[in-house]
Design a binder for this molecule. Structure first.
Ligand code: SF4
Ligand code: SF4
Length: 441
């Protein structure tokens, strides 16, 4: 049986054909630029300086605070710069540049052995030491997600293989080509949490990946594959739990409050590498597509610069209008191509000048299509009215903070109202206000 969640949208375009049959290929560049705030939480603290020689996998920035994770050198070579750079919406962040010596000399690693025989108590610390954060785009530190309280019980670990965003196929290729790492990583998570059920959730537009994972799951205790209807945003944590477990995560609560933990497929593969080989997270698969001559799924070292990745795809096939990290529904526009990708960068999409033109918003005609589409059950047109009048308190009462910025309302709106963009600004303003009020929101 194919499962799904309430509301959401059926996208009329997916733009996945250019890369869904492209096998993962490796690309390594002359230089990597590793920012120290690739995860949610305080930035890591650099412990190297210009001129230092580093080995692949060596810690170059140490974790800070409860949510902290380390940053590792993703190539061996020489540190050529440690300085602040502007990075997307985060202001200035510290960045460590390493010139690649192409020797790929590893630092000493500490493998723990098979996921079935390792002491479960060692798994979460290994995940922290490997610097793993959510690779589906959320970048939440994985060791924190897996550090559940003694009174909490994880009944099921869900692996998110929905990949419902437009353009992206990196998870699809990983499920096809490295399914054994995903299943192994899931088993490690299940053992760490004492969970007996592991469910890999995949949309029905990836039948080859489903078949491969079902075959691998036959030999993995407690692991099954659940087929989902293709619908956006099927891969949202709360939507996935609703579809598969028929449970609602209440406003302001976490998946573990309803007995579930959700992990992305790429994160699972990274967990497998961390446990079995002792390898930190130094590379990932990223889809590079749109107006490039050779759309690809590249396995790149963390910190590879966007311009180099576009070069690895044989350059632009048309004049670029805008370039974004991520897919068409939630992607973040880049101010330039000299920025490095990070641990959660699942895609780089180049849009033509024609496709980049912004459209003027029209008046609300009260059609209600945005309400019917919202997977959270919000009233987007009312929130938009509050946002336009800068009535932050009213927007808050309408639960704008629970908006997951999925873009369904904007996608459905016949007047092309800038709903999601307004909600993002309101959420940012409320977050600043909450900070000024000492977190009392
Ligand atoms: S962007 Fe927010 S308001 Fe709009 S559909 Fe998604 S969750 Fe609902
Ligand atoms: S979909 Fe657009 S026009 Fe329709 S009610 Fe919502 S905001 Fe108004």
């Amino acid at each position: 049986m194919k499962l799904t969640f309430k509301r959401g949208v059926h996208l009329s375009y997916a733009n996945k054909n250019a890369t869904k049959t492209s096998p993962i290929r490796d690309f390594v560049s002359d230089e990597v630029r590793l920012i120290t705030s690739m995860h949610i939480g305080a930035p890591s603290k650099p412990i190297v300086k210009k001129g230092d020689k580093v080995l692949m996998g060596q810690v170059i920035a140490e974790p800070v605070g409860f949510l902290g994770i380390p940053v590792h050198a993703s190539v061996s070579g020489e540190v050529t710069d440690v300085s602040m750079i502007p990075y997307l919406g985060e202001g200035n962040v510290e960045c460590i540049t390493i010139a690649n010596d192409y020797e790929d000399k590893w630092t000493e690693l500490t493998p723990l052995g098979s996921v079935e025989s390792v002491d479960p108590a060692l798994i979460v610390p290994a995940i922290k030491n490997a610097g793993i954060c959510g690779m589906g785009g959320a970048s939440f530190p994985t060791h924190v997600k897996l550090s559940i309280k003694p009174e909490q019980k994880c009944e099921a670990v869900l692996v998110n293989g929905a990949e419902c965003e437009t353009h992206l196929t990196c998870d699809h290729r990983l499920m096809l080509e490295q399914g054994e790492k995903i299943v192994g990583g899931l088993r490690a998570v299940m053992r760490a949490l004492g969970s007996e059920k592991g469910i890999i959730c995949v949309e029905d537009n990836k039948p080859d990946a489903i078949a491969n994972l079902k075959r691998l799951a036959l030999n993995a205790q407690g692991v099954t594959v659940q087929v989902l209807k293709t619908k956006y945003p099927q891969g949202g944590e709360k939507q996935l739990i609703n579809a598969v477990l028929k449970r609602q995560v209440p406003f302001g609560k976490l998946p573990i409050d309803v007995g579930a933990v959700v992990v992305n497929v790429g994160t699972c593969a990274a967990i497998y590498d961390a446990v079995v080989y002792g390898k930190p997270l130094i590379s990932r698969v990223t889809t590079v597509t749109g107006c490039v001559n050779k759309p690809s799924n590249l396995r790149v070292r963390i910190g590879t610069v966007v311009e180099d990745m576009i070069g690895a795809c044989e350059g632009y096939s048309a004049e670029p209008g805008k370039i974004a990290f991520g897919g068409g529904m939630t992607g973040l526009c880049l101010p330039g191509t000299d920025l490095p990708m990070a641990k959660s960068t699942n895609g780089i999409v180049v849009y033509s000048v024609k496709d980049s033109k912004s459209i003027d918003e029209g008046p609300c005609i009260r059609c209600g299509k945005c309400v019917a589409a919202c997977p959270i059950g919000l009233n987007p047109y009312l929130i938009k009215r509050a946002a336009d009048a800068d009535k932050l308190e009213e927007a808050k009462k309408l639960y704008v903070n629970d908006c997951i910025l999925c873009g369904c309302c904007s996608y459905e709106c016949p007047s092309r109202r800038w709903l999601t963009a307004s909600f993002k600004i309101v959420k940012q303003k409320l977050a600043i206000q909450a900070k000024q009020n000492g977190g009392k929101g």
